[in-house]
Design a protein around this ligand. Structure first.
Ligand code: SF4
Length: 508
């Protein structure tokens, strides 16, 4: 069975009965919606028409929310309905980051994810979803697409239908008859500062700036707002993870390539920094969960397809190797040190880069689908690790040669990081939404933060100061330490811009 919906736009009168019935059936809190009606008005007076579009979960056959959910709280039922189990949900909001249709919200009363579940409790009794029952125009048709002879399958076979964002490859099962592409394409119809019956949050208004003028004869006169799932905690987590993976990554690379041997700095400080920042990363991850007490569910009820689960396993394995590395450093044991170097290099690379696969699973966010993300995260970790070790080397009075080697690593990391940033923003993006997200970052509300904080203070100035340092050799620890601190701060600003811009554009 493959349950789904057809929305017949020829019949819909935009009465919102489906919205209200759904709210009543599922006790959906104020400000949240499992289904809603978007209004788009087109034309110029007096030749104007209002289009109504009913939006909701598409019960996708290839559902990004099901793939990314770390605890299998979102799942496919045998009848094709994408349902959720709030008892398993840890409120990590990964499903919200992944759903290309803004179909999921966090229920404030349970602090767990919720969405249209096709009124599965009614379907099990042989009844139809509440929205279907209440619609006065029979504009919402429910049925089984798995049976080619079912009325809904025949309807889709006979009529010309559209789906939302077919390019996402999710195989949605909500089909629109007489669908309006301007209404179904997010942002195609510009939004005014306020809707006919509703205010809009400032963050959404900011995100519209680049869209104005996309369509001179259409605008969205009513819609609902959707929260951005991930905030500063996620940016901070990406940053601490770079600092966690970086020291061992840099130490392993410099040792294995034969450039340096530093038993105290590489053998003790590097694994200590790795362990402290890994601990901080895990604390941030847990405290960002709406249900932190449920963190263990990620380990005990894991979804093997979720990169959140793989990330937790990688960080656990990485911490184990860091502990062994520290033991080798404390015992000054050459054989143990030789044993952990390669696993340290591999696991620190994975710890730095796995977030690229996690962000790629967030299929809704076009900016995060970049192929440069994995190498860039690894370079950021190398840069962060070199900066942390440089500060350690300066204050541990490790000797000029080692300090200079580490600062050269910082310089190299900065140059590659700068090239990768420019490539991310200058090379053609995968699609229009990705390039709009880039423009949001470099020309829109984030422009000052991006250019001044991430690029000037985080890359250009440290490169200049390091070049000055190497051309005017002399004692002093202030300049290298300030350069490294600036570099680390710039990395944090860049992560934050990237996380915000990735979620800036409307999805519905
Ligand atoms: Fe529904 Fe979104 Fe999940 Fe698709 S990805 S099944 S639309 S919640």
């Amino acid at each position: 069975m493959e349950y789904g919906f057809v929305i017949d736009n020829r019949r819909c009168i935009g009465c919102h009965a489906c919205t209200v019935a759904c709210k009543a059936e599922h006790e959906v809190p104020l400000g949240n919606f499992r289904t809603w009606v978007k209004y788009v008005e087109k034309g110029t007076f007096p030749d104007v028409r209002r289009y109504f579009t009913v939006l909701r979960c598409n019960h996708c056959q290839d559902a990004p929310c099901v793939n990314i959910c770390p605890t299998r709280a979102l799942f496919h039922r045998h009848d094709g309905i994408v349902d959720f189990d709030k008892e398993q949900c840890v409120a990590c909001k990964a499903c919200m980051a992944a759903c290309p249709y803004d179909a999921i919200y966090i229920d404030p009363s349970t602090e767990t994810a919720a969405k249209c579940n096709y009124c599965a409790h009614k379907v099990e009794l042989g009844l139809e979803p509440a929205c279907v029952t209440v619609c006065p125009e029979q504009a919402i048709i429910a049925g089984d697409f798995g049976n080619p002879q079912s009325p809904i399958s025949r309807l889709v076979a006979l009529e010309q239908v559209m789906v939302r964002k077919p390019e996402k490859g999710t195989m949605p099962k909500v089909f629109y008859i007489a669908g309006d592409s301007t209404s179904l394409t997010p942002g195609a119809a510009p939004r005014p500062v306020g809707y006919i019956w509703a205010q809009r949050p400032q963050s959404e208004i900011d995100a519209d700036y680049h869209r104005a003028g996309d369509s001179g004869v259409a605008y969205t006169s009513y819609d609902v707002s959707h929260a951005k799932p991930w905030g500063f905690m996620v940016s901070f987590y990406l940053w601490t993870k770079s600092m966690a993976a970086g020291p061992i990554l840099a130490a392993a690379l410099l040792t294995l390539s034969g450039y340096a041997r530093a038993p105290v700095l590489f053998g003790r400080l590097a694994p200590m920094a790795a362990l402290v920042f890994t601990f901080l990363t895990v604390i941030l991850l847990i405290s960002d969960l709406g249900r932190p007490a449920r963190f263990l569910k990620i380990l005990l009820h894991p979804n093997p397809r979720s990169w959140l689960v793989w990330g937790a396993q990688i960080l656990t394995a990485y911490s184990t190797v860091a502990l062994l590395w520290l033991a080798a450093g404390l015992l000054l044991s050459e054989p143990l040190f030789a044993m952990v170097q390669w696993p340290g290099l591999i696991l620190s690379t994975l710890a730095a880069g796995y977030s690229a696969f996690l962000l790629a699973q967030a299929r809704a966010r076009d900016l995060w689908q970049s192929r440069l993300l994995f190498p860039h995260l690894v370079v950021q970790a190398f840069l962060a690790g070199s900066a942390v070790l440089s500060i350690g080397a300066v204050y541990a009075i490790s000797g000029r040669a080692l300090v200079d080697l580490l600062l050269r690593s910082v310089l190299g990391g900065l140059v590659v990081h700068g090239i990768l940033i420019l490539s991310e923003v200058a090379l053609p993006a995968g699609n229009k939404d990705a390039s709009d997200a880039v423009r949001y970052m470099i020309q829109g509300p984030l422009a000052v933060r991006f250019w001044f904080g991430a690029v000037f203070c985080g890359v250009a100035l440290p490169i200049y100061l390091l070049a000055f340092y190497f051309s005017h050799p002399g004692p002093g620890s202030l300049l290298p330490a300030a350069v490294c601190a600036g570099t680390l701060l710039g990395l944090l600003v860049y992560e934050d811009c990237y996380v915000i811009a990735g979620q800036a554009l409307p999805l519905s």
